[in-house]
Design a protein around this ligand. Structure first.
Ligand SMILES: [Zn+2]
Length: 439
């Protein structure tokens, strides 16, 4: 179903600014003081610890802070932070937006984001995939944007089918307003269909994103049969009738098509087809807020920095571009972004709690795509990475830091003045690089 006209918030397109109750205001004030203390003592950015205090002492705070607002919740394994930035930029064409742009995507981060924008009627919130069911129960009416599901943080997130089941059940039983779903991911399609099965039968906007990653959905989530990919219609189960639904918006190269006949070019500042998919999802979601596709695309196209990712910095006098890839599907997309180059690259891997302690996923990443390029392995697990690169036939060296990695490239290549070196890292590895650059 395609959102025409004012979308699902027709009478609420511009509701009066939400009023925050006195108790909630007091809790947020104390949380702000805790955050400030945390920042001043160098404990961290402080936003999460203040939010954690707030949700601990006021269990209904998230519900109160979202009541009366038009809320979008964006969840999935990859692309949710970028899609959140995109959607927030589109919603900003209508006024102030509350958004957890920093990626703090559990209840604590959400209440902080909502608390600092008390008069914003629209909210765009990234949501951790495991947290989505309980966040839905607290937020209630929302536009739910489901990106994709793939293996990630092997020691933390459960098997992706279990998450798809949790989503499906949550959507079937919660008072969601509408769902925007990636029709090229069978697990997401199956989960989103839960919204159609539930009481009230909510609307689903299907988006054809052209996802590449298929390894986590070869078994049909409906019957256990085999999913066939690469068919003219996208994919279908070989045993039951489960298949890719007809799409309301779909990507074809650099163009976004809509079922109402629009063909909209996507001149995005961010690289790669993964970001075109993110833009398509954000545009579909903005439709439910009454914002036309062309308006959304022209607003989000200029987004060029996602919490430090994608930005170009200078290290040892050398321009470097930072790219984030957290899991095999994300790595596949990131490697595609740098595919058209033969310049040396830096690849960084850590295995801390935020990354997942188990780095065996390195063997699911097609590092063979880097063959023919000189690669410097960095990060705390650079030696695991070096073994993987060796098996992939990629010439490589190891380095202790971003500066050392860049110096290694410079020594090896000689004249690098005209190069921008791509630095691809997983979550905390990129954070380390940003900290090193900001020193
Ligand atoms: Zn089936």
């Amino acid at each position: 179903m395609s959102p025409d006209g004012p979308g699902v918030f027709p009478g609420r397109a511009d509701p009066p600014p939400p009023s925050i109750r006195p108790v909630a205001r007091a809790v947020l004030g104390t949380a702000g003081a805790i955050s400030g203390l945390s920042r001043r003592t160098g404990f961290g950015s402080g936003s999460v610890i203040g939010g954690q205090f707030a949700v601990l002492v006021h269990r209904k705070l998230l519900h109160q802070l979202t009541t009366g607002r038009n809320v979008a919740l964006i969840s999935g394994t990859n692309g949710k932070t970028t899609t959140n930035h995109y959607l927030a930029r589109a919603l900003a064409t209508r006024g102030p937006v509350a958004t957890n742009a920093d990626g703090a995507n559990m209840d604590a981060g959400m209440v902080v984001a909502l608390g600092v924008e008390p008069t914003a009627t629209n909210a765009s919130l990234e949501c951790d995939e495991l947290w989505l069911p309980q966040i839905l129960r607290q937020v209630g009416e929302a536009v739910v944007v489901l990106m994709n599901l793939s293996r990630d943080q092997l020691d933390r997130t459960q098997e992706v089918r279990a998450i798809a089941s949790l989503w499906r059940e949550a959507l079937a039983t919660s008072p969601t307003r509408a769902v925007v779903a990636n029709a090229d991911d069978p697990l997401v399609t199956w989960a989103a269909s839960g919204a159609l099965d539930g009481p009230g039968a909510r609307a689903v906007t299907w988006v054809g994103t052209g996802s590449w990653w298929t390894l986590d959905a070869t078994g049909c989530p409906a019957c256990g049969g085999r999913i066939r990919f690469g068919e003219p219609q996208g994919w279908s189960c070989s045993s039951c009738g489960f298949a890719r639904p007809p799409c309301d918006l779909w990507l074809d190269g650099d163009t976004l098509h809509t079922s109402s006949g629009e063909d909209i070019p996507l001149p995005l500042a961010l690289p790669g087809r993964a970001n075109r998919a993110n833009a398509a999802m954000a545009t579909a979601a903005a439709g439910w807020f009454g914002i036309g596709a062309e308006t959304s695309v022209s607003a989000l196209a200029s987004v060029d920095d996602i919490a430090g990712r994608y930005r170009t910095e200078t290290v040892n006098g050398q321009p470097v571009r930072l790219l984030l890839a957290k899991n095999p599907a994300g790595w596949q997309e990131a490697l595609e972004m740098v595919d058209d180059s033969d310049t040396p690259a830096v690849v960084s891997i850590n295995a801390r709690i935020a990354d997942g302690r188990d780095p065996s996923w390195l063997w699911d990443v097609p590092f063979e795509r880097l063959a023919g390029r000189f690669v410097v392995a960095s990060g705390e697990r650079r030696h695991d990475l070096a073994v993987r690169l060796g098996y992939a036939g990629v010439e490589h060296a190891c380095a202790n830091s971003l500066a050392e990695a860049v110096a290694t490239v410079q020594q090896r290549r000689g004249n690098t003045a005209d190069l921008v070196i791509d630095v691809i890292g997983n979550y905390t590895a990129v954070q380390d690089h940003i900290a090193e650059v900001d020193q």
